[in-house]
Design a protein around this ligand. Structure first.
Ligand SMILES: [Zn+2]
Length: 519
């Protein structure tokens, strides 16, 4: 008898403990917004059901925040609140649409359903080059084809305490099974902040190719298989492992490259850019989305590599650091560096792309004054100015190349630009993970990192003259690695028609150039 009472007592105590343990667990698991999506494979719209967990709020404000790159279109219709709550109003606030739900019992889950129309206005008519090249910003849903991101259809709860982040899950409850699809989320729950970067793609002709880098899955997705598709695939499969080795960083769950072909304008129209083909893309934290037109040359084929390098050098550096020359130009140099060190490019191809960057900076922008090339002027006048935007790529590239040469010369070749970038990434990681304040990412902190490799007074001077003041680096005077020879050539710019003096490089010896870029 005694033992039975004892056992019952122990059982009760154990049950109480278990109950508290489960309660504790329930409170620490992040609450989740559950989306379920339906698409019949024929129409241009999807049906969205969104279940919002209990958040203890009497009123919910749901905001449809369209992609900042795309012009706003009102795509949500038939908005309904199911369950014990009702919709107070829908209104437009600063180009965003808000739905206000009066949740009469704050302890209830709220179910919201709406229809999202993803018809692509650019599809039917001939559009301008810029619209054609930015198709990846817009949703596109039509018969047997769907291209959609979480940022297009997702709604954000804007009146809650953001200190307790929400999770999001996205399920496709009805889809045409005859189509091939790519879903960047799968069955996982994601952080709410990643909703906007989730990607869904369905098509009859979709090609999804998977490759792994140290067990990290990478996906290349194209909506058409053509020569460009094959070129891009070759570049990303060859160079991506080298990029990750360059930064010595494998801290990623997965990554996707999604490149679609725009057939909205005839390929010959892109000649105004002086190229036979262009790939334009937006880098996301977990992948990139891009559009291409025409036939891609070797440099354009490397654009996906450039975008993937934004995993390490990105808009944070541009905005906080305050300098696009760094975010874009250094990315351009790492692209060329790794494309060459991985043997994707021959020494001749490496030199060709190097010289293209110099033609760009010393050629097309040779008519500008130092003031216009100065960092302050660029910062203040860049809005809507494509020329000033593009100037940063070659300006930063030329500076990175120059810096690489100076680092190699002062260490007798034992250290390179790559060592500096590994230091930079290690410095930046605690900032990205929120352990160190983002304010620490400054030009001053960058100069501190460089001063490990070259004299402090030298880097101060280089940044002042060639970046802040916009002065050209005089390569006739500059010291260069012995692997390069230099000549200064008069070159007619393809856009302005003006003749400018442009530094042109060649290599002294193929093998020693290759060796100098290996790491
Ligand atoms: Zn970029």
């Amino acid at each position: 008898m005694q033992t039975i009472i004892k056992s019952v007592f122990v059982f009760i105590i154990f049950s109480i403990l278990l109950f508290f343990a489960q309660e504790l667990k329930a409170n620490t698991i992040a609450k989740e917004i559950r989306y379920s999506l339906r698409w019949d494979g024929k129409s241009s719209s999807i049906k969205v059901k969104m279940v919002i967990p209990t958040l203890g709020l009497n009123e919910l404000i749901l905001t449809h925040q369209p992609n900042p790159f795309a012009s706003y279109e009102d795509r949500i219709s038939e908005f309904k609140v199911l369950g014990k709550a009702f919709l107070k109003e829908a209104k437009m606030v600063d180009q965003t649409k808000q739905f206000i739900i009066d949740n009469r019992n704050a302890e209830d889950e709220v179910e919201v359903s709406y229809v999202f129309d993803g018809a692509n206005q650019n599809d039917a008519k001939t559009v301008g080059l810029r619209e054609a090249l930015t198709m990846h910003h817009s949703p596109n849903i039509k018969k047997d084809f769907l291209y959609l991101m979480g940022r297009h259809f997702g709604l954000y709860l804007t009146n809650r305490n953001t200190k307790s982040p929400l999770k999001v899950s996205i399920q496709w409850e009805e889809v045409p099974h005859s189509l091939i699809n790519f879903n960047s989320v799968g069955n996982k729950s994601i952080e709410e902040s990643m909703l906007e970067y989730s990607l869904f793609s369905f098509s009859k002709d979709l090609k999804v190719e998977k490759f792994s880098v140290k067990n990290i899955p990478h996906y290349f997705i194209g909506d058409t298989v053509n020569s460009n598709h094959e070129k891009i695939k070759k570049a990303i499969v060859s160079v991506t492992p080298e990029v990750m080795r360059f930064f010595d960083d494998y801290d990623f769950d997965s990554y996707f490259f999604h490149a679609i072909e725009s057939k909205a304008i005839p390929a010959q129209d892109i000649r105004m850019y002086g190229r036979d083909g262009i790939l334009s893309a937006e880098a996301l934290p977990n992948g990139f989305v891009g559009t291409y037109i025409g036939s891609l040359d070797l440099k354009a084929t490397l654009t996906p590599i450039h975008e993937s390098i934004h995993r390490w050098i990105n808009s944070l550096d541009n905005t906080n650091f305050g300098h696009l020359w760094f975010g874009e130009g250094f990315t351009e140099y790492v692209t060329l560096f790794t494309a060459f060190s991985s043997d994707f490019l021959t020494p001749e191809e490496f030199i060709h792309i190097l010289n293209e960057q110099f033609s760009e900076y010393y050629g097309a922008y040779g008519d500008l004054t130092n003031e216009i090339r100065s960092n302050e002027y660029i910062k203040n006048n860049i809005r809507g100015n494509q020329n000033l935007m593009h100037l940063n790529y070659s300006k930063g590239f030329v500076f990175a190349f120059f810096l690489d040469n100076q680092i190699r010369l002062s260490s007798n070749g034992s250290e390179t630009f790559r060592d500096l970038m590994v230091d930079y990434i290690n410095f930046r990681k605690p900032i990205l993970s929120g352990k160190v304040d983002v304010k620490n990412l400054t030009l001053e902190s960058f100069k501190n990192l460089v001063s490990k490799y070259i004299k402090r007074k030298d880097i101060d001077e280089y940044i002042q003259r060639y970046i802040l003041d916009g002065e050209y680096i005089d390569f006739k005077e500059a010291q260069l690695m012995k692997e390069f020879t230099l000549s200064i050539k008069d070159e007619k710019d393809r856009r302005t028609g003006n003749v400018n003096q442009v530094p042109k490089f060649n290599f002294t010896d193929r093998e020693s150039l290759k060796k100098s870029y290996r790491f």
